[in-house]
Ligand binder design. Sequence first.
Ligand SMILES: *[C@@H]1O[C@H](CO)[C@@H](O)[C@H](O)[C@H]1NC(C)=O
Ligand SMILES: *[C@@H]1O[C@H](CO)[C@@H](O)[C@H](O)[C@H]1NC(C)=O
Ligand SMILES: *[C@@H]1O[C@H](CO)[C@@H](O)[C@H](O)[C@H]1NC(C)=O
Ligand SMILES: *[C@@H]1O[C@H](CO)[C@@H](O)[C@H](O)[C@H]1NC(C)=O
Length: 610
Amino acid sequence: MWPRVKHWFWHWPSRLVLRYITILFFAGFFITNYFLWTSSQGWDVAEPNGPVTFGPKHPIKKLMVDARARHEALLAKRSYDLNDAAARYRARRGRHPPPGFDKWTEAALGSNAILVEDFFDRIYKDLTPFWALDSQTIAQRAASWHWVVRVRNGQATGQGNTTNRVPWLQLWTELVTEFSMHLPDVDMPINYMDEPRILVPFDEVAKLVEQERTNRRMPPVHEVVTGFKGLSQIDAMNPQLYEPHWFNRSDNYWDLTRVTCGPNAPSRNVEQISDFNTPVNYPSGWAPDYTYKGYIKNWTAAMDPCVQPHLREMHGSFVNPMSLSTTQELIPMFGGSKLPMNNEILIPGAMYLTVDEFYSGGENQRGPAWHRKKNGIVWRGVASGGKAKSYNWHRFHRHRLVQMLNGTTVNAMEHQDSKAQTFNFPDAEIYKNTRHTENRLGKWLKKFANAGFISRQCQVEPCEYLDPYYAEVDSMPMKDQYKYKFLPDADGNSFSARFRGFMRSSSTPLKATIYAEWHDDRLTPWVHFVPLDNSYQDLYSVLDYFTDDEVAGDTAARYIAERGKEWSEQVLRREDMRLYVWRLLLEWARVCDENRHNLGFIKDLIDPQR
Ligand SMILES: *[C@@H]1O[C@H](CO)[C@@H](O)[C@H](O)[C@H]1NC(C)=O
Ligand SMILES: *[C@@H]1O[C@H](CO)[C@@H](O)[C@H](O)[C@H]1NC(C)=O
Ligand SMILES: *[C@@H]1O[C@H](CO)[C@@H](O)[C@H](O)[C@H]1NC(C)=O
Ligand SMILES: *[C@@H]1O[C@H](CO)[C@@H](O)[C@H](O)[C@H]1NC(C)=O
């Protein structure tokens, strides 16, 4: 206890100080929010006679307001105990939770995980078609694959030959070991390639999905089996490795991809172009449904090649993939990223589990505070994305990003009427950009952007053909990149594996991708990061918005940087990746169990305790 006299002595001054701090806090809060959220109701009103609003009106502002509302609606669905979690599971999945759900929920609550059922939607999208295959067949195929994280009697081991390979199997096995004592026998077969490998045609998947829907049921409590059967019978059969037919580099990846799109999807009947040596057919007047006045509104659609036929000639994965080994048959395989149409089962990328600073910038590495960051954009990487060659490199996504951020190139386009190989200036009708209309975008980029390849990765031929357009630059550790305000993230041969690091960096991540990841259902674009179109036609105007108006734009960028960082420390922790894979393996073990339709967790229904 404080002595009385001291208490009295401190009483008044501290109250005064507190009052000033409170006033300052609310003033700051008000100013920030004022610039961010004012005039939110004025957007759709016709300009001249509309109400008086303050600050510039910009579509990005509306997208940010809408996104924040969506994010908050998701948070309102948070579960705080087992009964809630189980009830929400049944409502969303139409099944009882799998056995072991109580231990899982306990671990989730114990590690302060934000438990929202929707965050796990990916698991159910990925597993749905497997419910329509024979449980014993998929269990055997999983057990006999080349690389498997294998759990028996609560112990996880990594099986398979990893000589001369990256340590992914080891990293995934280490993660599973952290909760394997709570798992039934289960096998997680691993895709060891960077690229995803399964593309089941649309009609086939549609049939399997329909069959799962027809057979889905929630049996009455007395019919429910509450224990897994285990895999000893499967092991006793000593199943042999099953290899489906693999398409290879002599096949056309775009043509394999587009048959996975629905019959009416824009890409379904568009064949791959025959001559890659021609100029890029950069989309002009491209205003798809997934944008609002030019900016990404629907992120799910923005990453979907089925609705963007031009990506066949504008993304390395389709122009000339680095390796191609793809099947049209549904076999179980787990991997870190995939195209939305691939049939792999997603788990967190192994790169997110390493302490290697190359990918993360260091697990506890954060950039400096916003006001101490350099007002600029930085990108470093290799010229990957596929096999870029002298006749097709101008169609690659990384080449496009680096060239668009090259102030010298853009300046020459503005003043010498030269053309860039990888892009055209965005449609001026959709993207009003004062810096460009006044021909000073290039000059501005020279100061603002610092982007380059650390290796140009020319395949086969010497790199001379790139000399006029790209110079190799020094690499920059991720933690130094975090000293810049803006960090664009671009796909490589598959996903970039940098995104988790960027999210945690306290800078503003910008992202275009065609690769889905485990975390997609828990991140909200325009709240946690800035979404970009894969054409990058929105890039300049997005940067304009966040930099042109020093108060509103900069505050909005800082808002996203800080919300993103804060959120990633709540939902992208190692604990969260563990919980995701744990839940997934309970589900996967159930799909592989011959009692799967009756297997479930029902303790909460028999003995509800709050
Ligand atoms: C393991 O893989 C390496 C490299 O691919 C190969 O040289 C070696 O023969 C393999 N070992 C076994 C036991 O198959
Ligand atoms: C690719 O697959 C085809 C058809 O299965 C086969 O004939 C060919 O030898 C394979 N090519 C390579 C390089 O493996
Ligand atoms: C976003 O796009 C996806 C995929 O194209 C679609 O299924 C979904 O309904 C869209 N969402 C909204 C809110 O329009
Ligand atoms: C930027 O473009 C110019 C040509 O316009 C080129 O000479 C230079 O190497 C490029 N810079 C980088 C970092 O690639």
